[in-house]
Design a protein around this ligand. Structure first.
Ligand SMILES: O=P(O)(O)OC[C@H]1O[C@H](OP(=O)(O)OP(=O)(O)O)[C@H](O)[C@@H]1O
Ligand SMILES: [Mg+2]
Length: 175
């Protein structure tokens, strides 16, 4: 284990159980006739999305957006940049945004407002991790895996300066 890793918060097994639970909930709360587009927010949500969609028993399409507000820092700049927009047309579709972590909420605030303006049928948010103590704006999250304290975390897709995304567990780091 890297010397920068402090404490493991969620093991691989605990994450897998939570992903399965979220997948079942999502499956039960949409209809098979809904035209669902799952949108992953790169890069952090990539691993969570890959595991989660395999636990959702519904027809759906997948697309990705890339935005960045953190760069190599541990604090959000608050300025969200779209690095890659969607490939699919989302008008009239049911949108489920997948995030690895909601911290200040500024990334999703910007994204949800941007996507809602494209006349979608519905828009919901699913995040694996939520850090409510750090929120800087009002944001409704439909599906939350775990609430976490105000600590900088890495693993399971989540980075510090582009490192540690490949850890199978979620941990705090020594800053
Ligand atoms: O709620 P916020 O304070 O806006 O922070 C959450 C966002 O920050 C991280 O992404 P980041 O911009 O670091 O890019 P990445 O996904 O490529 O790591 C994370 O993946 C979320 O998208
Ligand atoms: Mg990041």
């Amino acid at each position: 284990m890297s010397k920068k890793i402090d404490q493991v918060l969620f093991s691989e097994k605990v994450i897998a159980d939570k992903v399965e639970e979220l997948g079942k909930r999502i499956t039960s709360e949409y209809s098979k006739d809904d035209q669902i587009i799952v949108i992953g927010v790169l890069k952090g949500a990539n691993i969570f999305l890959g595991d989660l969609v395999r636990k959702i028993d519904l027809p759906l399409s997948i697309d990705f957006m890339a935005v960045s507000s953190y760069g190599n820092s541990t604090t959000s700049s608050g300025i969200v940049r779209i690095l890659k927009d969607l490939d699919l047309e989302i008008e009239g579709k049911h949108i489920l945004i997948i995030e690895d972590i909601v911290d200040t909420g500024l990334t999703l605030k910007y994204l949800t407002e941007n996507l809602k303006s494209r006349n979608v049928a519905s828009l919901k948010i699913c995040t694996l991790l939520d850090k409510p103590l750090r929120r800087k704006c009002d944001l409704h999250i439909d599906y939350v895996g775990f609430e976490i304290p105000d600590a900088f975390i890495v693993g399971y897709g989540i980075d510090y300066a582009e490192k540690f995304r490949n850890l199978p567990y979620i941990a705090t780091i020594k800053e």
